[in-house]
Design a protein around this ligand. Structure first.
Ligand code: URA
Ligand code: URA
Length: 310
């Protein structure tokens, strides 16, 4: 099952099978031209590099390999049309209401309390702003990852974001651009956020480590230890209503656990008073489409928590 073409067509098939997926292909609305419909569905082509890629998404040049999530313009007056192809065989992603069939908010999980105040060693980042943290990250030489980086990736988003998404570490495109989640996994993240009515621009997006690990290997414990104070200060400044931890590295680091990711889902954990939802990493979803449905459920739980917290 390593053939990227087979992997990718299985991925597309599963998307279509997921009835709730916002990118389910639908017939164009009356009056909408087929040309307009097909524009939003640039044929996806398999990416041999990305297909087996782990943490980051090296090899993924930015581009629309995934059908772009479309803004919610579905008119109410339109009769619900059966999913499927149009006469011309064209279709477009359909926006659905994320609330429909969303799972209930799960019980509490791991609670990570705020650190005890240390009267002797003051946190050197304690008075820094988000901009100052970003500047420090770009110059950082605290671990070996600085040697091979092109750009450090501090993270981006509004300082008053209500959701913070945390991944593992920059991939190739992130290293090139200095921006988080802009490769193939990033495109998927952007779609997922749009599907729960959160434009990416309203979310603060960052990683556990701010520099790309060579070949997208997992960050090592000492690299995480060196880097994570930047993240903790970012979280302290932003104080989001919810944290979405994507993938094992983010979950294990934040919650200080070795529990496998599957066991951390379906709980509302707490990091220093902030609710944490754990889900699969978007790069993992590209490799294993079976995780898409659980991820969709997880992000809808996160979305409900945002609503619940006003
Ligand atoms: N819709 C899905 O079906 N899965 C996701 O991960 C996001 C949106
Ligand atoms: N994978 C991550 O974990 N983070 C990124 O920024 C991109 C890919």
């Amino acid at each position: 099952m390593n053939d990227p073409f087979e992997l990718f067509s299985r991925y597309l098939r599963q998307r279509q099978e997921l009835g709730e997926a916002p990118w389910v292909f639908d017939t164009p609305a009356p009056g909408e031209t087929v040309a307009a419909a097909s524009r939003s569905r640039t044929p996806s082509r398999p990416d041999p590099a990305g297909a087996h890629n782990a943490g980051g998404d090296a090899g993924g040049e930015p581009g629309s390999r995934l059908p772009a999530a479309e803004p919610a313009t579905t008119s109410q007056s339109r009769a619900p049309s059966p999913r499927g192809e149009t006469d011309a065989g064209e279709a477009r992603p359909k926006k659905v209401d994320w609330r429909r069939g969303a799972p209930p908010i799960p019980p509490q999980g791991i609670v990570v309390p705020p650190p005890a105040e240390d009267l002797f060693t003051a946190d050197p980042l304690a008075d820094k702003t988000l901009e100052e943290i970003a500047a420090l990250v770009r110059e950082c030489t605290r671990c070996r990852l600085c040697k091979q980086r092109t750009n450090a990736v501090p993270g981006e988003g509004p300082p008053d974001a209500r959701l913070v998404v945390i991944g593992e570490g920059p991939g190739a495109v992130e290293d090139e651009t200095g921006r988080p989640f802009v490769g193939r996994a990033g495109e998927l993240l952007t779609e997922i956020l749009a599907a729960i009515d959160l434009p990416r621009e309203r979310v603060f997006i960052c990683n556990i480590v701010k520099c790309r690990p060579p070949e997208n290997r997992k960050p090592q414990p000492d690299e995480i230890e060196a880097c994570v104070p930047y993240l903790y200060r970012q979280l302290e400044i932003i104080r989001p209503a919810v944290i979405l931890a994507m993938g094992g590295t983010a979950a294990e680091t934040l919650l200080n656990t070795r529990q496998p990711l599957a066991g951390l889902r379906n709980r509302v954990h707490q990091f220093r008073g902030i609710p944490v939802i754990v889900t699969y990493h978007p790069a993992a979803l590209l490799r294993n489409p079976n995780w898409k449905k659980p991820t969709w459920d997880d992000v809808r739980i996160a979305r409900q928590l945002l609503d619940a917290r006003g």
